[in-house]
Design a protein around this ligand. Structure first.
Ligand SMILES: [Zn+2]
Length: 457
């Protein structure tokens, strides 16, 4: 597969409204120093893409003369001009853009407005769902495989791993440290205690047969001391409450995968509001805590209204979904109080069925990448036939579970526990107790900080 470039006309129209969701870098890093870099105040450009090596960043540039000082980092603008992050004589870093706005642009997927996204149009999607049931599954599979062979992977977000948010976070930590005149400071560590990273397992159950097959997956996980969530479609198939009780009694979690497995929920504001009370009833009936939208259809600004404790619909980077894109984060974030837990591993269906991979290698490599960067590993898979309901695919999933079991420094809770943790951490004021002392450290003149787990006592 080849890679296409970011669209040349990548200026975004307008700006986010004030009432838009406001996840912030502070909420992600939770630094325990006050110093901030200085953001230039000149007249602002439209949204545009900046490049620095392999780092792509949407930004609004304040058009102002470069202040005198030492070059910290250079960003290439569209065309061939550039802007610089500069360290002033007093140590403070002066930036030509606000990193928080860039972060919001990324995680809320508004970067899509300035990228050449190969998505299906609303009309195409409507047509697809109308004829989907009329043609056999293998027809759609061969179509998706052919499309995957033909499609060019987008330049942004890179797949399977897009470093943009990770780099922005370490860049902004470096700017803070330099501006404070320090080489080291504490922040509230990402995960409880000294865990290096976190991992959760989530399943979308597409049919009544899939629900029966959930028990085999649950066995596989429980044998390795792991637990997961099973997200059910409330209105498409009969739900066997005996199976739910069994799963719950064994420590598994139940979630909601929509009322119907189509794009109806986010098709219009009217339809969304019509379904909300029905979703609330379904969540109560199933004892569901979390939500994943069918086929990951989504409108991020509506997610906070869902009657659940967290959402896990947004991909880190997924060009293979009907609504391709991603938040490019490997950490949870809050959208107006709703915790979003991005899924960060390629889906089982993508890996084994669309791409025809015969090993779990790609999963294991992604696990390494995320653990090294201290993020959240989330595997999205399905218990149904054609997915992990097939013995060969289930065997590859078992290899991933083995790898997770071996990694003792990974925190392996239920999704709802990660969501609750992220809320507590966002409200915490200091380290201590369950909140470990993370260390951010930067070398003199370096543009990126290291983010280190709490040292051994
Ligand atoms: Zn599904």
């Amino acid at each position: 597969m080849t890679t296409q470039s970011i669209a040349p006309h990548a200026a975004f129209d307008g700006d986010e409204p004030d009432a838009s969701p406001r996840p912030s870098l502070d909420e992600l890093l939770r630094p325990l120093i006050d110093a901030q870099p200085r953001v230039a105040a000149g007249p602002r450009s439209q949204w545009e893409w900046l490049q620095a090596g392999d780092w792509s960043l949407p930004a609004v540039i304040s058009e102002q003369e470069r202040p005198a000082g030492r070059l910290l980092h250079r960003f290439t603008r569209e065309g061939s001009s550039h802007v610089d992050a500069v360290q002033l004589d007093d140590g403070v870093v002066a930036l030509p853009f606000d990193p928080d706005r860039s972060y919001r642009r990324l995680v809320t997927e508004r970067w899509r407005a300035g990228a050449d996204v190969q998505a299906l149009s609303t009309t195409q999607l409507r047509l697809y769902y109308r004829v989907k049931r009329l043609l056999p599954r293998r027809f759609w599979l061969s179509l998706r495989r052919a499309h995957a062979r033909r499609m060019q992977l987008p330049a942004f977000p890179a797949w399977p791993f897009e470093p943009s948010v990770d780099q922005l976070l370490r860049f902004s930590a470096a700017c803070r440290l330099h501006s404070a005149g320090r080489s080291e400071a504490q922040f509230i560590w990402f995960w409880p205690g000294r865990h290096r990273a976190a991992a959760i397992l989530t399943h979308d159950v597409e049919s009544a047969d899939g629900l029966r097959r959930s028990l085999a997956l649950a066995d596989l996980e429980q044998e390795r001391g792991l637990r997961s969530s099973f997200n059910l479609v409330a209105g498409d198939y009969p739900v066997d409450h005996g199976i739910l009780r069994d799963l719950r009694d064994r420590g598994f979690e139940i979630g909601l995968h929509g009322l119907h497995h189509d794009r109806s929920l986010f098709s219009s504001r009217h339809e969304f509001e019509r379904q909300l009370p029905l979703l609330a009833d379904a969540a109560r009936d199933l004892g569901a805590v979390g939500f994943r939208s069918p086929a990951t259809h989504r409108r991020l600004e509506w997610l906070p209204e869902l009657p659940v404790g967290y959402d896990c619909t947004v991909p880190h980077s997924d060009p293979y979904e009907p609504q391709p894109g991603g938040c490019t984060s490997i950490w949870p974030f809050l959208i107006d109080g709703m915790v979003e837990l991005p899924y960060t591993l390629p889906q089982d269906h993508t890996l084994f069925t669309v791409l025809g991979r015969r090993s779990p290698q790609l999963w294991l490599e992604q696990l390494d990448r995320i653990e090294q960067r201290h993020g959240l590993v989330q595997c999205l898979s399905h218990p149904d036939r054609g997915y992990l309901g097939d013995a060969d695919k289930r065997a590859m999933y078992a290899s991933l579970l083995d790898a997770l079991r071996e990694r003792e420094q990974l925190w392996k809770p239920l999704p709802r526990e990660v969501a609750a943790w992220w809320r507590r951490r966002a409200a915490a004021r200091a380290c201590g107790g369950e909140f470990g002392r993370g260390i951010m450290r930067v070398d003199a003149g370096a543009a990126f900080a290291q983010l280190l787990p709490p040292p051994a006592p």
